[in-house]
Design a binder for this molecule. Structure first.
Ligand code: NAD
Length: 333
């Protein structure tokens, strides 16, 4: 499609169509937790928009979905919270070739030899947890990256998230709230029996369940969480992403310790293959692998764009029927 668009006027017209379509899908997905198209359809339209904007950079505007995180949260009835530092999205790649290109670019821009931490990409929604002197005081969603929704009462119903850390530290940590596959299957079974609309996938179910005005609804939904990020590593006294994960766990936070450190991009394929083989049997959904530069100093050197960190990338798994099949089996038991 993109190859055929050579002149600016045609590009502008197509860009406008794509932006409006992507914004509508984004609203359905982020605000209503009810997508109407598959992720790969969204991703394909998004990738076309990115390519057109790369070819015609003069047509990039601040309100393009390529320059914004998530979606507007104006309609949400939850109280709003401003993030002290923006919560970003992740760039994504869909092939080993694109991933290798990303690594080459990243290594060129880094000022030291890089090691990488590879993590499962948990299919949930991002949250920020604010601990003051070790006590959980506020929890918020990513929202549009700058302003999120206050979901403190709802987060307090999630057993995996400690109300108090093992040390009296003051730190904001970020991670993913997700709905385990079994809880998702049960929820949809119950909703179907009650004649209610079912959730499209565990990610939308988790988001819909966390963004409730009544915390008792959230409690019944059996959500869980993994923490993977802080921008206050100094508080933890760590210098790498993999050490940060270990420290989070020592603080009593839920951490997914399946991560693997590699010292060479040539090792990505083996780890991704290993992770993708676990996809079906894991009790929670994953939609890819997140590859992060391990040294925090190098992360700082590489920095962020307005939307994504340059020091990390999501390798997205191809769409798979496997997950649906696993859930179908659980549905029948
Ligand atoms: P994303 O969900 O693809 O990636 C960024 C997010 O990954 C982070 O915000 C974080 O929440 C999460 N994450 C999970 N595990 C992580 C880990 N170990 N380390 C760091 N982050 C981790 O990005 P996005 O901007 O939220 O949304 C884009 C995605 O949403 C695309 O996959 C797209 O297909 C989908 N989407 C679909 C529709 C639709 O209509 N089907 C609409 C909008 C968006």
């Amino acid at each position: 499609e993109i190859e055929a668009i050579l002149d600016e006027a045609t590009a502008q017209k197509r860009i406008a169509e794509l932006r409006s379509q992507i914004k509508q899908w984004g609203q359905e997905y982020y605000e209503n937790d009810a997508p109407t198209v598959e992720d790969f359809t969204y991703d394909a339209a998004y990738a076309t928009l990115v390519s057109l904007e790369e070819r015609f950079p003069q047509l990039i505007t601040k309100d393009s979905p390529t320059q914004q995180v998530g979606s507007s949260i104006q309609k949400s009835a939850l109280p709003k919270v401003e993030h002290p530092l923006p919560m970003l999205s992740l760039g994504d790649v869909f092939s080993m070739e694109q991933l290798t290109e990303w690594a080459q670019r990243t290594e060129k821009n880094a000022t030291a030899t890089l090691a990488y931490n590879l993590e499962l990409k948990i299919d949930g929604l991002a949250i920020a947890l604010d601990y003051q002197d070790g006590k959980l005081v506020q929890a918020s969603t990513r929202g549009n990256g700058i302003i999120g929704e206050d979901v403190t009462a709802n987060i307090l119903t999630i057993d995996a998230i400690p109300t108090e850390l093992t040390e009296p530290v003051t730190i904001e940590v970020r991670g993913e709230v997700y709905m385990p596959k079994a809880a998702f299957a049960n929820l949809n079974k119950q909703r179907e029996a009650a004649g209610l609309a079912t959730f499209a996938n565990p990610r939308n179910a988790a988001a819909g369940s966390l963004r409730q005005l009544d915390a008792s609804v959230t409690k019944a939904r059996q959500l869980s969480a993994f923490i993977y990020y802080t921008d206050q590593a100094d508080v933890l006294g760590v210098s790498t992403q993999s050490e940060a994960l270990t420290r989070f766990a020592a603080l009593g936070l839920p951490v997914n310790l399946t991560n693997q450190v590699v010292t060479d991009a040539a090792q990505f394929a083996a780890v991704i293959d290993d992770f993708s083989q676990q996809r079906e049997t894991l009790p929670y959904g994953i939609d890819g692998v997140v590859i992060k530069v391990n040294a925090l100093a190098q992360q700082n050197t590489l920095g962020n764009t307005v939307k994504v960190p340059r020091w990390a990338i999501a390798y997205k798994f191809p769409p798979e029927e496997a997950i649906t099949q696993v859930l179908d089996v659980e549905w029948t038991v």
